[in-house]
Ligand binder design. Structure first.
Ligand code: NAI
Ligand code: OAA
Length: 310
């Protein structure tokens, strides 16, 4: 199975690294516009093969899309990341043009690929990719919810002082500092509601930390995060390539689900070899429904800014 990752920067290269050492794909092509950059990242990753022990073939390409031909999955991470103090939404002006041209290029050589959109503002870039390419909605998947949920589980595990792998939880809604919806009511510690162990105040604090999780890291690092983002993309790609049918919150086109139409936003999806195989209705309560409607309104307003590129 072949995966192309466009953008060999922090997130793209980390994703290639995780995919290779976990043996998720047999071949990974990294592509970047910066001369020699993707080739260098690929060579560096390949030089781990005998120490972390993997057989995935990782190669690099400077903007030569012929090398990406026949990819089963294409991940788009090309574009600029935010700097401290910025929102993801401020990246739209530069990233929209990049994402649109990259989507066109990859499809020329891999017409059957499933596209995973990572570049920010991710929900808007997913909508753009879907509209610009005309692909069926199961083949365009925005990655944000997997990452936001992993941060949610991290903050829950910190508050509970228990191992992260014993904690379950999900974040839906937009992938933005104010649009994310960490579902604290449904979060659990080994099957018991976290509300049995944490006060409302503690759960609210976890939710707030999750929502600004990306901004906090951007403040600390000077650019946005990459380890958890890259690993989250690899987790999603694994579910597609290996037909695992995991339920992962992803940004996908809604046609009536969750009361929304003509919008890409994070909802729980079954992800398998056909991409988005099902959108799962997890029965939100009235408060969560209201939060989702508010989040969707903000995400929809951003889509209006795509008029110049669509
Ligand atoms: N959806 C999510 O959960 C997350 C999204 N992101 C987003 O992912 C994007 C990438 O972030 P980083 O990897 O940290 O940035 P980065 O700056 O390290 O890497 C981006 C790469 O894209 C390349 N690039 C730019 N234009 C290109 C083009 N036309 N064709 C091919 N390559 C091109 C650049 O040369 C650079 O190497 C950002 O927009 C960031 O906001 C980052 C983390 C999580
Ligand atoms: O925070 C950012 O700008 C990058 C991102 O989407 C994340 O790490 O969640």
């Amino acid at each position: 199975m072949k995966v192309t990752i466009v953008g060999a920067g922090n997130v793209g290269a980390t994703c290639a690294d995780v995919i290779s050492y976990r043996g998720i794909a047999s071949e990974v092509v990294l592509l970047d516009i910066k001369e020699g950059f993707a080739e260098g990242k690929a060579m560096d990753i390949m030089q781990c093969a005998t120490t972390t022990v993997f057989n995935t073939k990782v190669s690099g390409s400077t903007n030569d899309y012929s090398k990406t031909a026949g990819s089963d999955v294409v991940v788009i991470t090309s574009g600029i990341p935010r700097k401290p103090g910025m929102t993801r939404e401020e990246l739209i002006g530069i990233n929209a043009g990049i994402v649109k041209s990259v989507a066109d290029n990859v499809l020329t050589h891999s017409p059957d690929a499933i596209i995973v959109v990572v570049s920010n503002p991710m929900d808007t870039m997913t909508y753009l990719t879907l509209k610009a390419t005309g692909l069926p909605k199961n083949r365009v998947i925005g990655m944000g919810g997997a990452l936001d949920s992993s941060r949610f589980k991290y903050f829950l595990s910190q508050a509970l002082q228990k191992p992260g792998n014993d904690v379950q939880g999900m974040v839906i809604g937009g992938h933005g500092d104010t649009t994310m919806i960490p579902l604290t009511r449904l979060a659990s510690y080994n099957g018991s509601p976290v509300a049995n162990f944490l006060s409302q105040e503690e759960m609210d604090k976890v939710a707030a930390s999750t929502m600004v999780g990306g901004a906090t890291l951007t403040g600390l690092l000077g650019t946005s995060a990459w380890y958890a983002p890259g690993a989250s993309v690899a987790y999603l790609v694994d579910s597609i390539l290996n037909d695992q049918k995991r339920m992962i919150p992803c940004s996908v086109m809604l046609e009536g689900e969750y009361g929304q139409n003509d919008i890409c936003i994070g909802v729980p999806c079954i992800i398998g070899k056909n991409g988005v195989e099902e959108i799962v209705d997890i029965k939100l309560n009235d408060t969560e429904k209201a939060l989702f409607a508010k989040s969707a309104e903000a995400v929809r307003n951003m889509n209006a800014d795509l008029k110049s590129v669509l």
